[in-house]
Write a protein that binds this ligand. Structure first.
Ligand code: ATP
Ligand code: MG
Length: 235
């Protein structure tokens, strides 16, 4: 592939070339991601490793369309994220990406069912269709008996599984998880990683997990180690 050609191979899902995110901080620049080259194909399960500050969350935010590159190219699922308009980015975040965070980010006044349904309703899906999808996901996630509970009434593992249901409701091609086990006990952490691996294996989702833990190493198709915003090799 030449440097400027569009992504043509169907299996090439993520294409980053010299991808850069610099945070201007007064007189100095802080490096988030530095001239990173990366290609990820459909169906991979990638684990991002690296010390605190190495750029893992920055890279995930760029891939999620939550943040924009300050340099280089980034094309995901055919969308040029460096050039996309806000409305294209909004649609992209809703339909292509499902995101899972360390702190779950559930809405505290909504039930498990309502949290799971919300992105589908925002995307314009009919209420009953969203419910049907959510019922399915919550059953798969072992949350049947927690549907009407509020987040504060759940264990950490149940909160994270609710967040996974929310991430999956719009059937995204790509799941991005930023330290998804960071606030969980080891048993719940293992469950969350197993669920992400299952999504990858049986449902052909591309999964990218940033984590300090080794729980996902065995199931990853690729380990990428970051240092100072650059790929330094395999973990
Ligand atoms: N909004 C921001 N403004 C300024 N600098 C930032 C911002 N976000 C991240 N950085 C800086 O960018 C670098 C990479 O941060 P990032 O959060 O991506 O690291 P990380 O690998 O996710 O770390 P951790 O393992 O602690 O989560 C760090 O030096 C950080 O201080
Ligand atoms: Mg981080």
């Amino acid at each position: 592939m030449s440097m400027n050609s569009p992504v043509t191979e169907q299996s090439l899902l993520i294409f980053a070339h010299q991808l850069t995110r610099i945070y201007p901080m007064g007189r100095t620049d802080v490096i988030g991601i530095n001239r990173l080259d990366l290609q990820i194909t459909t169906g991979e399960m990638v684990v991002l490793k690296g010390d605190s500050g190495s750029g893992k969350s920055t890279l995930l935010s760029l891939l999620a369309g939550l943040d924009r590159p300050t340099g280089g190219q980034l094309t995901v699922a055919g969308v040029d994220l460096a050039a996309a308009t806000e409305s294209v980015l909004t649609r992209y975040r809703r339909s292509v990406i499902g995101m899972v965070f360390q702190n779950f980010n559930l809405l505290p006044t909504l039930s498990v069912m309502e949290n799971a349904c919300l992105p589908a309703l925002l995307a314009g899906l009919a209420h009953h269709q969203a419910m049907v999808r959510a019922e399915d996901l919550l059953r798969w996630l072992g949350l049947d008996h927690r549907k009407d509970h509020l987040p504060a009434q759940l264990s950490g593992g149940e909160m994270q599984r609710t967040a996974i249901a929310r991430a999956l409701i719009n059937e995204p091609q790509i799941i991005l998880a930023d330290e998804p086990t960071g606030n969980l006990d080891s048993r719940s952490g293992e469950t969350v990683i197993e669920l992400l691996a299952e999504l990858n294996r049986s449902r052909q989702r591309t999964v990218i997990i940033a984590t300090h833990s080794n729980l996902a190493d065995a199931t990853a198709t690729r380990l990428i180690r970051l240092k100072d915003g650059e790929i330094t090799g395999l973990a």
